[in-house]
Design a protein around this ligand. Structure first.
Ligand SMILES: *Cc1c(COP(=O)(O)O)cnc(C)c1O
Length: 424
């Protein structure tokens, strides 16, 4: 019996998170055994170049030795206390240094908790109920946010999940990404009822989509004018597209920011934070309740701290971006030679590519109208060549500092081979 069949007998659907299944591309998921740098080893003994990096956290590659060594030493002091430890303050200071809009920080364990808590805080602070989100953006799987969501929800055809009370869904307004006028109209209609706007400033859960010029600025302006809270969900883009996240790239300070993935360096850690006056509404200082037994776990905090410190290396993001550039421009050239309609986006260590006859991807509608079948064939072709891409046309790709020209050239060789098969 296959490993996946075994798993399915005891784990719901055989996976502990739907994005891991191959629901978006067909076939059985690959079981991983170990990873080192840019490479993973599978349970059936294959070595593959990894462009998923545990869905984002592993910006330094698998088994990055400074993180592994630090953790090995630290675990001898105990795994969890549920009481304050110095390392929590140290990581919070580092986060604020990288992202100055996060004047106060609260550590949690997952991105889902971070966004759920930020929404509650925004509602508590503004004493309003309505939230605005964008079609195809994914903010974790809490009730208010699983409406027209991206990532696994989109891949598996359930962007709006059953199990969410209608009364709650009513409080979530979903608008198309990159449509400034629709944002302005929503604020004109409901301005004093909107608690917050939550968004991925660069999307990564309906593939990678950049905001068009003026879009983020207009949202910031409307939020400020109406007293709504602007939440940038940088769980994916934080420390990924730039040291200071997407907000540093576009020079826009949100009121609250959510972080995850890289902040835990591969262990479960996430955070939310922002304006001090808003964050002081959180218990124990304020009335909005939020808590967590394992929040700020010292081992996870240390993995995060050593990871963030490693990002301070000179030209770290420039080098990452150059590697993405090599991969993406290489793929574009090959696509052109083979007459395939490839569109790409990339920044820092994050990239996205789509097969789309109608040009660049700007929103959810564009990505759902792209050639998903061509992506599936490309994915399986690359997998056969030992290149592991995200198993869904709606996900972004990630490059780590451990990816060298060697891995990228191997990937382009594989791409060339697969493209010539696709063309025929
Ligand atoms: C991954 C992700 C989340 C959810 O984080 P989890 O740790 O999986 O709960 C939320 N928002 C964005 C933008 C993400 O990419």
């Amino acid at each position: 019996m296959s490993l996946f069949e075994e798993a399915k007998k005891v784990i719901a659907g055989g996976v502990n998170s739907p994005a891991r299944s191959f629901g978006g591309v067909g076939g059985d998921p690959v079981f991983f055994k170990s990873g080192k740098g840019a490479w993973i080893k599978t349970e059936d003994g294959r070595d593959m170049i990894d462009y998923v990096g545990s869905w984002g956290p592993l910006i330094l590659g698998h088994s990055y030795s400074p993180v592994i060594e630090a953790i090995k030493e630290k675990i001898n002091d105990g795994l969890s206390f549920g009481a304050p430890t110095i390392i929590e303050t140290e990581l919070a200071n580092k986060v604020r240094e990288f992202i100055p809009s996060m004047e106060r920080v609260r550590m949690v364990s997952t991105g889902t908790e971070a966004t759920m808590s930020a929404i509650r805080l925004a509602r508590g602070y503004t004493k309003r109920d309505i939230i605005i989100k964008f079609e195809g953006c994914y903010h974790g799987h809490s009730d208010s946010l699983l409406i027209k969501a991206g990532s696994g929800a989109l891949t598996h055809g359930v962007p709006s999940s059953p199990g969410i009370p209608k009364s709650l869904a009513k409080e979530t307004i979903t608008l198309p990404f990159n449509d400034t006028q629709r944002v302005r109209d929503a604020f004109t209609l409901m301005k004093d009822k909107i608690a917050c706007v939550i968004m991925e400033p660069i999307t990564g859960n309906m593939n990678m989509i950049m905001p068009i010029p003026g879009f983020l600025e207009a949202i910031k302006e409307e939020c400020t004018a109406s007293g709504a809270i602007l939440i940038f969900d940088e769980v994916m883009t934080g420390f990924r597209v730039a040291k200071g996240g997407a907000q540093s790239v576009f020079n826009i300070s949100p009121d609250l920011t959510t972080l995850g993935k890289i902040i835990g360096g591969g262990l479960p850690a996430a955070a939310f934070g922002g304006r001090q006056d808003i964050m002081s509404y959180l218990a124990p200082e304020g009335p909005v309740y939020q808590a967590g037994t394992l929040s700020g776990n010292p081992i996870a905090m240390l993995a995060g701290l050593v990871t963030l410190e490693s990002l301070e290396e000179k030209d770290f993001y420039k080098n990452l971006h150059n590697k993405c550039d090599l991969l993406m421009t290489g793929m574009l050239k090959l696509a052109k030679n083979h007459d395939l309609p490839l569109e790409v986006n990339y920044l820092g260590g994050m990239f996205g590519f789509t097969f789309n006859k109608n040009g660049p991807i700007k929103n959810y509608e564009d990505i759902t109208n792209s050639d998903i079948n061509l992506f599936k064939d490309f994915f399986h072709g690359m997998l056969a060549e030992n290149i592991y891409l995200a198993p869904s046309a709606f996900e972004a790709g990630f490059i780590s500092s451990a990816h060298t020209n060697k891995e990228i050239n191997l990937t382009l060789d594989a791409t060339k081979k697969v493209f010539s098969l696709l063309q025929h």
